[in-house]
Design a protein around this ligand. Structure first.
Ligand code: RM4
Ligand code: MN
Ligand code: MN
Length: 397
């Protein structure tokens, strides 16, 4: 039963909850086997801003857009004024700045971990450019993901590459302005299939600590081994004050970029619960960048984002319903069944009526997906962008 307290808890949780959209989630991307072109996919940064602003105006939770420098600002700092103008036009702020140190030919054997000092220098220079871009755009987070690793045993010096990463990240850190943050993302495998230089959260923590106090760890929910306890990692990162942000998505097998909560919504709920419990205990708001990192090859891009954001809102709202006081006591008493039921009880509550209420009072559409489908936006952009996309030039432009 929905009562006033439920509605109040859900509303205050959703007022605070913001989740960043990825610019690359609106463009035509694919798997290494193929790319299925969508007529409505964004072909320019302007179109990405436009699509993001649709999602934000329908859901009310996405005021920022993550940018991938090589795809969105191919001329680096020279593109800053264009981004500023688009930000104003669409009322969406640029969010995390993502370097690209994995796509160019020179990175075949790595970027910061490459045995060739000239390539390491090129990579560091690019990340430093991203720090400058981030500063010029007043963005807080620089968020590199390193594809570095090797595919065959014995072919690379693992320890030496640790040193290269320590040196490179520390140099990047020294260029950060006060308030800027360096988020270090880990991934166990792919594209490297034998060893990945930053393969798990432990490695990311050690590198962040070595780089300096403005470094934090980024948890991409898709970047874990099967059955890994992600909320425990989150709890550790909260406890050690190293929790920087999330790349939200779901996975079934590996880094599948599936829709958040489509496979295991309870996992995402448990992550939100760890954060809420921490906030309740410390009477603070955890300073975490929540971001989506999904690139859909089959689903409509904007629909997938709306679905994702609504799912995130639901799971965040459910976690806000956990009775922390009661749970803390049950934990102290080791009342296992009752403690677990307190958590599960919140998960199984239907928060949708309370979210409807939140939307109504915040001037948002009751049903964001329906509002999107009846807006005519998709038909319009499919017509406008169709030719550009059929030309196949749209990948990341
Ligand atoms: C990686 C990782 C990064 C993203 C790239 C494109 O798997 O999740 O965050 O920037 O993909
Ligand atoms: Mn990611
Ligand atoms: Mn990924």
């Amino acid at each position: 039963m929905m009562n006033d307290i439920t509605v109040e808890k859900v509303c205050s949780a959703l007022d605070k909850f913001k989740i960043e959209l990825p610019s690359w989630g609106f463009a035509n991307t694919g798997t290494r086997f193929g790319k299925f072109i969508q007529a409505a996919a964004a072909t320019t940064i302007e179109e990405k801003f436009s699509d993001a602003s649709q999602v934000h105006s329908l859901t009310g939770s996405c005021p920022t857009l993550a940018l991938h420098v090589q795809w969105d600002l191919p001329n680096g700092l020279k593109n800053v004024s264009e981004v500023q103008a688009l930000s104003k036009q669409f009322a969406i702020r640029p969010g995390s700045i993502n370097p690209n140190i994995f796509q160019n030919q020179e990175y075949k054997f790595g970027s910061l971990g490459n045995p060739d000092p000239a390539i390491r220098r090129t990579a560091i220079r690019h990340v430093l450019d991203c720090v400058a871009i981030s500063d010029a755009l007043s963005c807080r987070d620089v968020s590199p993901w390193f594809a570095d690793g090797s595919n065959y045993p014995g072919t690379q010096n693992i320890r030496q590459r640790i040193q290269f990463f320590q040196d490179g990240l520390r140099e990047v850190h020294s260029a950060l302005k006060p308030g800027q943050r360096l988020l270090i993302e880990y991934k166990p495998f792919e594209p490297a299939f034998y060893h990945t230089d930053i393969a798990d959260w432990g490695m990311a923590v050690l590198l962040a600590k070595h780089a300096g106090p403005q470094s934090y760890v980024l948890v991409d929910t898709g970047h874990h081994y099967q059955s890994q306890n992600i909320e425990q990692i989150v709890a550790w990162l909260l406890h050690t004050k190293l929790m920087g942000g999330f790349h939200f998505n779901d996975r079934r097998y590996a880094d599948d970029d599936l829709t958040l909560g489509s496979i295991d919504p309870y996992q995402i709920f448990r992550i939100f619960h760890e954060i809420r419990m921490f906030e309740w205990e410390t009477q603070s708001t955890a300073d975490i960048a929540y971001m989506v990192d999904q690139s859909h090859n089959l689903k409509g891009k904007i629909e997938a984002m709306i679905q994702t954001v609504c799912t995130a809102q639901e799971l965040c709202a459910k976690a806000a319903l956990v009775d922390h006081e009661k749970l803390a006591k049950l934990q102290r008493d080791c009342s296992l069944v009752d403690a677990e039921e307190t958590l599960r009880g919140a998960f199984w509550q239907d928060v949708r009526p309370a979210i409807q209420e939140w939307r109504k009072t915040r001037g948002l559409p009751q049903d964001p997906m329906h509002a999107f489908r009846s807006s005519g936006y998709l038909e319009r952009i499919a017509k406008e962008r169709g030719d550009k996309n059929r030309g196949g030039l749209a990948s990341y432009a």
